[in-house]
Design a protein around this ligand. Structure first.
Ligand SMILES: Nc1ncnc2c1ncn2[C@@H]1O[C@H](COP(=O)(O)OP(=O)(O)OP(=O)(O)O)[C@@H](O)[C@H]1O
Ligand SMILES: [Mg+2]
Length: 247
């Protein structure tokens, strides 16, 4: 349902054309969990921002179903690389933000927001301000804030990268449960191979700049995945090796 055709993205850097991404061809199916891995600076955020409609390719086309993506849409929710809650709003009002923009009345807005806060396990924190939350809790709120708009596609940019391993693993499991329950399409960017193999139906490996697709891996292991299984470790090894030969 999301198609990238011959995407190249250049920026002007120090008055010179800098190619961040080159010849990206990718199809993401409805309901698929796709992970994109690659070294820092290879263009992962750039790619996600273009799918979100926040930036545009220099050449090539990005389509959502039959339509070229021309700007942001409620159908494509974005979870940012950095914590991005509104510090002056409490948790509930952070989650309800998108619905407020849509003009929903208080009652309906809060009812929906509470449903998603419950889903991410934060019902008892609705009156807290973001400053009172841990990093993992903040990211849970960010995910609830995204889900409340009921987007078909979730675009997630390293949402767990600032978390400790235990919290990260916990949120990965929660995300898999949410993805199954809500039947969303997820495009998830990470530089963490373990995370990608744990989450994805398919892992796309990007090279360092200019980012190109080196290889894609279909991950056919049952969920919730066992990180200690041979298959899991072998896939991790293979992808890591591929990234390690990168400069
Ligand atoms: N607005 C911009 N103007 C100029 N150059 C940019 C801009 N945005 C990104 N770039 C450049 O494009 C390249 C890719 O950046 P991007 O943020 O997409 O990388 P990334 O893979 O997300 O990295 P990280 O893993 O560190 O988050 C970098 O060299 C960056 O400097
Ligand atoms: Mg990035």
């Amino acid at each position: 349902m999301i198609t990238l055709e011959n995407i190249t993205k250049g920026y002007l850097k120090y008055k010179q054309e800098y190619v961040a991404l080159q010849d990206i061809n990718l199809k993401v199916d409805k309901g698929e969990f796709l992970c994109i891995v690659g070294p820092s600076g290879c263009g992962k955020t750039t790619l996600l921002r273009m799918i979100a409609g926040l930036d545009f390719p220099t050449s090539g086309q990005i389509m959502e179903n039959e339509t070229e993506i021309s700007g942001p849409s409620r159908e494509r929710g974005y979870v940012f690389q950095q914590y991005s809650l509104f510090p002056w709003r409490n948790v509930l009002d952070n989650v309800a933000f998108g619905l407020e923009v849509q003009g929903l009345a208080d009652e309906e807005r809060y009812q929906k927001a509470r449903k998603y806060l419950k889903m991410v396990g934060l019902s008892s924190f609705e009156k807290s301000s973001p400053q009172e939350l841990s990093g993992g809790m903040k990211q849970r709120v960010a995910i609830a804030r995204c889900l409340v708009n009921d987007p078909q596609v979730l675009l997630m940019d390293e949402p767990f990268s600032a978390l400790d391993v235990q919290t990260r693993h916990k949120l990965q499991k929660e995300l898999v449960h949410i993805w199954r329950k809500e039947q969303k399409t997820i495009i998830f960017v990470t530089h963490n191979v373990d995370e990608a193999v744990f989450l994805a139906d398919r892992v796309v490996v990007l090279s360092s700049a200019p980012g190109t697709i080196i290889k894609t891996f279909n991950i056919e292991l049952d969920r919730i995945r066992d990180r200690t299984s041979h298959e899991f470790l072998n896939l991790k090894k293979e992808i890591t090796r591929l990234l390690d030969v990168e400069p």
